[in-house]
Structure formats: structure tokens, C-alpha cells
Design a protein around this ligand. Structure first.
Ligand SMILES: NC(=O)c1ccc[n+]([C@@H]2O[C@H](COP(=O)([O-])OP(=O)(O)OC[C@H]3O[C@@H](n4cnc5c(N)ncnc54)[C@H](O)[C@@H]3O)[C@@H](O)[C@H]2O)c1
Length: 252
């Protein structure tokens, strides 16, 4: 048996994918053969269009659909429009996410709610809309981007940790509910990944984090994208409700 991953003919929608991890995930899925739907918020439309054009340069069908996943109407419209324009969605990657860090006693209602709304509710709204279609198709791969912070917590990130722990619970509940329809639901818990989010950290803070990483480096967006391609592939056909840490051994 030859071990190849070929997603030719499959359609993948990645939320929050004009840049960062989402873009790397979309790019990896496109390299594996999948056609791609890029999503991001409307102010990022130009960048989202440019990212979709990069996928088309690889010879894939690709479109960019703007919409705010934390708005239930937008999320439903996103899934429906993607399904109509691309014919189906085989792979949904719930990647859109934000941080609004603050110490617990200073955290505003808005800081709490916006992170929960985008990271957790956004994943729920997109999954609910996609699952309706995927159940009829009797196939689907839903991949949720959580975080090690959802497993181990972090001072100053009560909102983010709760949203990412919530995504892990959502993953397991949905995996149980959708398994009989041929749909797998898995999560990835990235550790510290080189990105706009981690670029903001001062060098001494980064060095301190690296001390706690057995593999001795920050992760790359490609490290995370590789795990997504695995979950999307036939190689992961018997894996559901699982959380894969891509963190250099930080959490074990
Ligand atoms: N960077 C890391 O170290 C790291 C670690 C663990 C988990 N993650 C997770 O990976 C995901 C991507 O993170 P990133 O570092 O690439 O961040 P990023 O800010 O570069 O990208 C996130 C994207 O999501 C989009 N987005 C935000 N709100 C949205 C909404 N309501 N609807 C649609 N799109 C929206 C943003 O515009 C942006 O393009 C997030 O879920 C994040 O929590 C990142």
C-alpha cells in the first residue's frame, strides 16, 4: 500500500483564512488537491480575494466569501453560499479566532463576550449549518482549531481558555452525534505557533516559553496545517472526537 494523501475533488472551507494559520491550512489542503473556500470578515475582503487567487494559481477552484462567523445569519449564509457555488463542502475547518487578553478582575463584558462569540459560538454556528448538509451527503470532516490554552489555562486569558476548552467539548459532543452519518469531528490544540499573535510577544517572554517546549522551538503554521491534512484524509477515517496537540510536547 502506498501512503499518499489525495484530496482531489473535495471541497474545504476554512474560516478566518485570509492570513495566518487559516491561510497555511487552506494552502496545505490545496496542495493536497482540495478546492477551497476562503472566509474572513468583510474588512479583510481584499486579502481574502488575494489568498483565494493564490489557491487558483495552484490549479484549484477557489472562492472567497466574507462573513462574520459569530453572527448566526452570516455563518448560515456562508455555508449555504459555499455549498451552492462549490457544489458541496467535504471539509470544514473552524479556525477563525481572536484574543482579547486581560486579567480576570479587569476583563470587560465585551472582552469576554467577543472572544466567546467568535471562537466558540462561531464554530457552533458554522458546524450546525454544515452538519445539516453533510448529514444528507453522509460524509464530512469537521476540524476545530482549539489551543493548548484550552487544556492548561493561562493567566490573563480566562475568555480565550474558556472558548478553547468549549471547542473541545463541542468537538466531542458533535463527534458522538454525527458519527453514524459518516462525519468525523476532531480538534487540534496548537501550542505556541509563529504568527501575528505570537509576534507581539517580547523576545524574553518567547525565550521563556521555548524553555517549556521539549522540542525546543515555536511551532510553524505548517506544523498545524499538516495535522489538518491528516484529519481531512482517509488516513484518519477511524479517528473522531480526538484532540491532537501540535505543541512540541508542551502538554503531555
Ligand atoms: N498563533 C498561535 O500561536 C495559535 C496557537 C493556538 C491556537 N491558535 C488558533 O489558531 C487560529 C488562527 O490564529 P492565527 O494565529 O492565525 O490568528 P490571525 O489573527 O492571524 O488569524 C485569524 C483570522 O480570523 C479572522 N477572523 C476574526 N474574527 C472573525 C470572524 N468573526 N469571522 C470570520 N473571520 C474572523 C481574522 O480576520 C484573521 O484573518 C485561532 O483560532 C487561534 O486561536 C493560534
Amino acid at each position: 500500500m502506498a501512503y499518499t494523501i489525495d484530496l482531489t475533488g473535495q471541497v474545504a472551507l476554512v474560516t478566518g483564512s485570509r492570513r495566518g494559520l487559516g491561510k497555511a491550512i487552506a494552502m496545505a489542503l490545496a496542495h493536497a488537491g482540495a478546492d477551497i473556500v476562503i472566509n474572513d470578515i468583510a474588512p479583510g475582503r481584499e486579502e481574502a480575494e488575494a489568498t483565494a487567487a493564490e489557491m487558483r494559481d495552484l490549479g484549484r477552484r477557489a472562492i472567497a466569501l466574507c462573513g462574520d462567523v459569530s453572527n448566526p445569519e452570516d455563518a448560515t449564509q456562508l455555508i449555504e453560499q459555499a455549498w451552492t457555488e462549490m457544489g458541496k463542502i467535504d471539509i470544514l475547518v473552524n479556525n477563525a479566532g481572536i484574543t482579547r487578553d486581560n486579567l480576570l478582575i479587569r476583563m470587560s463584558d465585551d472582552e469576554w463576550q467577543s472572544v466567546i462569540n467568535i471562537n466558540l459560538s462561531g464554530s457552533f454556528y458554522c458546524t450546525r449549518a454544515a452538519a445539516k448538509r453533510m448529514m444528507k451527503a453522509r460524509y464530512g470532516r469537521i476540524i476545530n482549531i482549539a489551543s493548548v490554552i484550552g487544556l492548561m489555562g493561562n493567566a490573563g486569558q480566562a475568555n480565550y481558555a474558556a472558548s478553547k476548552a468549549g471547542i473541545i467539548g463541542l468537538t466531542k459532543a458533535n463527534a458522538k452525534e454525527l458519527a453514524s452519518r459518516g462525519i468525523t469531528v476532531n480538534a487540534i490544540a496548537p501550542g505556541f505557533i509563529v504568527s501575528a499573535m505570537t509576534d507581539k510577544l517580547p523576545d524574553d517572554v518567547k525565550a521563556k516559553y521555548i524553555e517549556g517546549i521539549p522540542l525546543g522551538r515555536l511551532g510553524t503554521a505548517e506544523d498545524v496545517a499538516n495535522a489538518v491534512v491528516f484529519y481531512a484524509s482517509e488516513l484518519a477515517a477511524y479517528t473522531t472526537g480526538h484532540v491532537l496537540n501540535v505543541d512540541g510536547g508542551m502538554v503531555m
